[in-house]
Design a protein around this ligand. Sequence first.
Ligand code: 5MM
Length: 341
Amino acid sequence: MSERLEDIAAAMVADGKGLLAADESSGTIKKRFDVIGVESTADSRRDYREMMFRAKEAMTRYISGVILYDETIRQKAADGTPLVDIIKATGAIPGIKVDAGAKPLAGYPGDTITEGLDGLRERLADYYKLGARFAKWRAVIDIDVAKGVPSATSIGSNAHALARYAALCQVAGIVPIVEPEVLMDGAHDIGTCYEISKATLTRLYTELYAARVVLEGTILKPNMVLAGKKSGKVSSPEEVAEKTIKLFRETVPAAIGGIAFLSGGQSDEEATANLNAINAIGPHPWKLTFSYGRALQAAPQKAWSGKAANVAAAQAAFAHRAHMNHLAALGKWQPELEQAA
Ligand code: 5MM
């Protein structure tokens, strides 16, 4: 495969393909395993992820790349094959989460700043040798308007960190996924999500320009524009699509390599329906696909439940969700397809 950043980015958003976000840190994967009654150990995490990476139909037809966690990129399958080699054999590209997580922003209660820049240059060189050709850094922007969250300082500091990360990635020959996630956990309405997302993306691209990041060799991983979960409102796919595309047309340069959404706590089907509605009102200046964690993994996780006997059923559940999102990335999904399955 070409090593040019823009070619890697283009392959990540190839028609109808998207990314599997399997980069849960040890704390997050433990929470997920608690729900299905599985103890989180290095071996159980390996078995679970090996199950997905060996899901041939899903991986070869619908998945362009996999975002890994530090432990996973170094792990070997039960038969001794590096997990990275299993991913590569399916044609998907291995990637790596390189941020060190969102920490409280000093002086700004309720805001966070994502850490991990110190030593990043060296870590990127190491990850390149391990096979990573793209990376991910997630900034977390919460919304609590009454408390002044997010502050301009939080939006600015996170955008600056994303830009420094992205520039370092490109020097290392790695495509940066820039993920400024405006959380959907709050009680805000869809208009507030739009306004905060607009401020976030505007500042992000100002910082990326200033850092001389080559936009063609980047992927944006944004939230969709929707009402917060605690608002009690569910935005319709049509409204999500209209507001999300309006936002991007106003803030996201056409030059970037592509857009791969996070699911952010939407239900599996909601994440698919919204992506589909977004693509159905195209054409757009960018490719728009998925980079889902929860919305791709919830079903296979439940089907697997830690038992080797359930591997085939879990792989089938993964293939189904990946197939539905493949169709959504092409704007060709229909709700009836869920019922048929
Ligand atoms: C898979 O979850 C990722 C890692 O989270 P932690 O660092 O908290 O363990 C997360 O960054 C994920 O890649 C994105 O949020 C998208 O995942 P969702 O579940 O929102 O699609």
